[in-house]
Design a protein around this ligand. Structure first.
Ligand SMILES: [Zn+2]
Length: 343
């Protein structure tokens, strides 16, 4: 039986981003209700701990951390046009980063085979010194840094959120210890993530972007996994895989124009788990990022959690089609692919 830790807490509902804001407390509420209704063996609900300031400082500057702390003393602070705080935002953000850490600790220490951290606020747009795109602290980047500090040398982040994770890319842009791969609608917010963002210095080749036009769905996403992400992942041989699990590329999502279905998320999760089974004993932690249609969010989250409970050798379904994504894959293989020994 596969053991999956679900790290979540109703305290995540306390962060309020503003009236009619898409990143709303109900997102985590429907995910908790979905998880509690799952009829799956091996689920273990774990409360998150708060991240320490030292852990936040693995990815953020002390001045910026102090600024976010200060927002807990005012009713509202606007970091930008769509990134707002309430008095509980700072503590929720510490708990969100801590939730990612709790999930990683459970898998790293062997208490669970894999884990899903159902947290908010999300994290992948957060830069070392700047909040943006509904994000304050970069939960996935902090969890990855914690693993690297524990002595791992190869951590992989798979970011299938609708948006490019500019914060995560930025934090590890010059690192060869973290392979960042992202599928995202492009051009779209936040504007980064072209094929030619490939890393720098000794990190050249360790940032892999698959920017895709509006309207692409399961066939194109799965083909990117099969022909770009998995081959480079196999060459990298990750010791741990983190997923920036955003569900805003679902066809129902109001913020995006991609066409991914629940089956697509299940099949992307299956591919990530296949890679993890081959290279690191199946160690995968998913951390919630975006996803703004409540029904699509809960159904997609369920598909991933059910997939996390299956044996990792389930056959990959949906044989690749999606020919229209091939020019993007080919250009990626010609650019970033040349840094990898791809069999
Ligand atoms: Zn997103």
């Amino acid at each position: 039986m596969v053991k999956t830790a679900i790290v979540t807490d109703r305290r995540y509902l306390k962060h309020f981003a503003g009236r009619a804001h898409p990143e709303r407390p109900e997102r985590v509420r429907v995910m908790i209700e979905m998880a509690e209704s799952l009829e799956r063996a091996g689920l273990d609900f774990c409360p998150p701990r708060e991240a320490t300031l030292e852990e936040i400082a693995l990815c953020h500057t002390s001045d910026y951390i102090a600024l976010v702390e200060k927002t807990s003393h005012v009713d509202r602070y606007d970091f930008d046009a769509d990134t707002h705080t309430s008095r509980d935002t700072y503590s929720a953000a510490l708990l969100a980063a801590g939730g990612a850490l709790t999930a990683v600790e459970a898998v790293f220490e062997g208490g669970a085979d894999n884990a899903f951290a159902i947290v908010r606020p999300p994290g992948h747009h957060a830069l070392p010194n700047r909040a943006m795109g509904f994000c304050f602290f970069n939960n996935v980047a902090i969890a990855a840094s914690w693993l690297l500090k524990r002595g791992l040398e190869r951590v992989m982040v798979v970011d299938w959120d609708l948006h490019h994770g500019n914060g995560t890319q930025d934090i590890f842009y010059k690192s060869k210890n973290l392979l960042y791969v992202s599928t995202h609608q492009y051009p779209h917010y936040p504007g980064t993530g072209s094929l030619y963002d490939m890393g720098a210095g000794e990190g050249i080749g360790y940032t892999v972007n698959a920017p895709m036009p509006a309207g692409f769905g399961d066939p194109e996403y799965l083909r990117v996994f099969d022909e770009l992400i998995l081959p480079i992942g196999r060459a990298f041989k990750p010791e741990f895989i983190l997923v920036s699990a955003g569900f805003d590329c679902h066809f129902r999502d109001p913020l995006g124009a991609m066409e991914v279905t629940e089956t697509g998320f299940e099949q992307m999760a299956r591919r990530v788990r296949r890679l993890a089974a081959e290279s690191c004993g199946g160690k995968v932690v998913a951390v919630l990022e975006g996803g703004y249609d409540l029904e699509a969010l809960a159904n997609s989250g369920r598909a991933v959690l059910e997939e996390f409970g299956r044996e990792a050798d389930e056959p990959l379904q949906n044989p690749p089609r999606g020919d229209r994504v091939m020019p993007i894959i080919e250009r990626a293989l010609q650019s970033v692919g040349k840094y990898w020994d791809l069999a």
